[in-house]
Ligand binder design. Structure first.
Ligand code: HEM
Ligand code: FPP
Length: 303
């Protein structure tokens, strides 16, 4: 190994690597879609006329708290992530970042995030942010090693940010708010059962009790995916009902179509239980959600 002088280029590339490692700790790809969900919940809560400053505040605050939870999740899972191919190269298990500095980074993000939410959008979204953080980090994360029902708890943590977005704009949770929460909650079952199947060997190696691990035939994962998709189909139609009996028929029809798309993809996975249909289901889930969210914005219900 060469041990010449450390050049400016070396130093620059080391700083660049560190920055990208810290960013990776925050799971930015999941965060982007999650923040789009928060923004749309906030938009719907203000009947399409959001206070733009508040909208930005709730997105920034949620981003900080969610990032913090993802950092802490990885601090607590180093021993498991090291054993799984998908996660072994993450910054902490690979040794590029220490667990200690990562935990400090996560704590800083979380403290700034909660304070920011408190100062800008109020105590209720801040409290839900703190509750979601605890649910994800201290309940869901250790539960993955104990019972396959962990996904149900993870799905609550994944959907709670919807209520942060809504309540930042509107103190009242109506049927539409509950329906948007339910859309994100149920969407996660087909989304994750496809992933749980694709990475079942990894999860088994890491000692994670996913449905695809405790039942290697895939039947239970398939049932979870299909049940989630059926519930998703039903709840996705609800925001089109409108408050004053002014249903948005086009919204409801298109939502029904999207729901059938997810149900067919889930059913194909359930009946085949192979990597091809699992990959198609994961892909379908990542196409479906942005489209369903777009419908909420483009075709708002009257009321
Ligand atoms: C029970 C809840 C959830 C679990 C266990 C879960 C797990 C995962 C995992 C392990 C991946 C990586 C798949 C891969 O490496 O191929 C993934 C991908 C993804 N998830 Fe989820 N997820 C959940 C909920 C959510 C939520 C609430 C969102 C956002 C609204 C989301 C958005 C995404 C996106 C955009 C990707 C693709 C980006 C990537 O490849 O990293 N997920 N999910
Ligand atoms: C406001 C706030 C605190 C929001 C947090 C919301 C959040 C990050 C939800 C993620 C949902 C989820 C269970 C993802 C999978 O994590 P995983 O640990 O199973 O994924 P991994 O195996 O890739 O680490």
């Amino acid at each position: 190994m060469s041990s010449g002088p450390v050049t400016l280029t070396d130093r620059k590339s080391r700083v660049k690597q560190q920055l990208s490692d810290y960013l990776e700790l925050t799971k930015p790809k999941i965060a982007v879609l999650l923040l789009v969900c928060v923004a749309i919940a906030a938009y719907c809560a203000s009947n399409g006329q959001p206070d733009v400053a508040r909208l930005i505040h709730v997105i920034v605050g949620t981003a900080l708290v969610a990032a913090s939870s993802c950092v802490w999740n990885q601090c607590l899972e180093v021993h498991v992530d090291r054993r799984m191919n998908r996660t072994a190269q993450r910054p902490i298990p690979s040794g590029r970042l220490s667990r200690y500095t990562s935990a400090l980074f996560g704590t800083l993000l979380g403290s700034v995030g909660i304070s920011y939410l408190l100062a800008t959008v109020g105590v209720v979204p801040a409290l839900i942010g703190a509750l979601t953080w605890i649910l994800y980090v201290f309940i869901y994360t250790p539960m993955k090693q104990v019972t396959p029902w962990n996904t149900t708890v993870g799905a609550v943590a994944g959907a709670l940010p919807i209520l942060m977005g809504w309540l930042a704009m509107n103190p009242v949770l109506d049927l539409k708010a509950v329906a948007i929460f339910a859309i994100l909650f149920f969407w996660q079952f087909p989304h994750f059962m496809a992933i749980a199947w694709l990475y079942r060997e990894d999860y088994a190696q890491g000692g994670m009790k996913m449905w695809s691990v405790v039942d290697g035939s895939g039947t239970k994962a398939g049932i979870q995916a299909v049940s989630g998709a059926m519930a998703l189909l039903l709840v996705s139609v609800v925001p089109g009902l409108g408050e004053a009996a002014m249903p948005n028929v086009l919204y409801m029809l298109l939502s029904l179509l999207g729901g059938v798309f997810m149900l067919v993809a889930s059913w194909r996975f359930f009946t085949s239980r192979d990597n091809k249909t699992a990959r198609q289901l994961l892909f379908a889930s990542l196409i479906y959600l942005p489209c369903q969210l777009a419908l909420l914005v483009i075709l708002p219900s009257g009321g």
